[in-house]
Ligand binder design. Structure first.
Ligand code: SER
Length: 255
């Protein structure tokens, strides 16, 4: 509710959760990301609610099924998303995320516990120095901003073709001991809980595997409801939050 309110206050229109079964996409069995029902609009079709949207979308994701069961990967989850369909881009997106997370009026998280990753760049697409510069401009020290490769900081497309782009991800330190000297945001040991992913969708991957620039620059952000609740309730995993704990307690009582 706070998330929808924050983005409405900043000019976004709330759109409804789409059916978990895709309506116009024969290539997928389930909606697997908040951006999935919005693909036609990310590619340029006009959305009836405008260019700045916000929603909560139910998702069923199987691509990372091997990670399900660790501290923060679920097969079914809900995703908070704010969207720019050719309207704002990196500056506003990052600044709003920062404000929503750290402002006393909103989530009031301790900024010391946050760290950030940005796309390191490779032979096909450039390094995202702009996002790093924006984080730095908000007062984030350089040693809290990590450049990571495509496996970590590039999102999409769903399937083989479609909108995609570099992303910047926001992590919350759960307080667990680091798993080794190399432990940093992006490490899967559970110390760093990825709570928000801001994707800057300015590319379309074509059937021949090329990344062509889209006519409009879009923003697709995804903030995991269950992960965020874990942070707000001081838990280091999603299963101990009020979303799951009552179910486990009921099973324990019954058995
Ligand atoms: N599409 C991105 C994701 O699912 C951000 O919303 O993580």
């Amino acid at each position: 509710k706070m998330y929808l309110e924050f983005f409405q206050k900043n000019g976004h229109k709330v759109i409804a959760n789409a059916s978990l079964v895709p309506e116009n996409d024969p290539t997928a069995l389930f909606i697997s990301a908040g951006m999935h029902p919005l693909v036609p609009y990310l590619l340029g079709q006009r959305h009836p609610s405008g260019r700045k949207l916000v929603n909560v979308q139910k998702c069923l994701r199987t691509s990372d099924v091997d990670e399900v069961g660790d501290s923060n990967h679920l097969s079914f989850f809900e995703m908070l998303g704010n969207w720019s369909l050719g309207d704002y881009f990196k500056e506003e997106s990052i600044t709003w995320s920062y404000e929503f997370l750290t402002s006393k009026e909103w989530l009031n998280l301790d900024v010391e516990k946050l760290s950030f990753t940005v796309f390191a760049g490779d032979e096909t697409t450039p390094r995202d120095t702009e996002s790093a510069r924006i984080w730095e401009g908000l007062g984030i020290p350089k040693d809290k901003i990590f450049y990571l490769p495509r496996e970590d900081n590039w999102w999409g497309p769903i399937g083989n073709t479609g909108p995609c782009g570099p992303d910047t991800e926001i992590f919350y330190d759960t307080g667990k001991e680091p798993c080794g000297d190399e432990c940093k945001p992006g490490c899967s040991c559970g110390k760093f809980n990825e709570i928000w992913n801001n994707v800057f969708m300015e590319y379309n991957k074509t059937p021949s595997g090329e990344y062509e620039l889209l006519e409009q620059k879009n923003v697709d952000t995804g903030m995991g409801v269950e992960r965020t609740v874990a942070v707000l309730q001081g838990k280091d995993n999603v299963y101990e939050t009020e979303i799951y704990a009552p179910l486990f307690n009921h099973i324990i009582e019954q058995s």
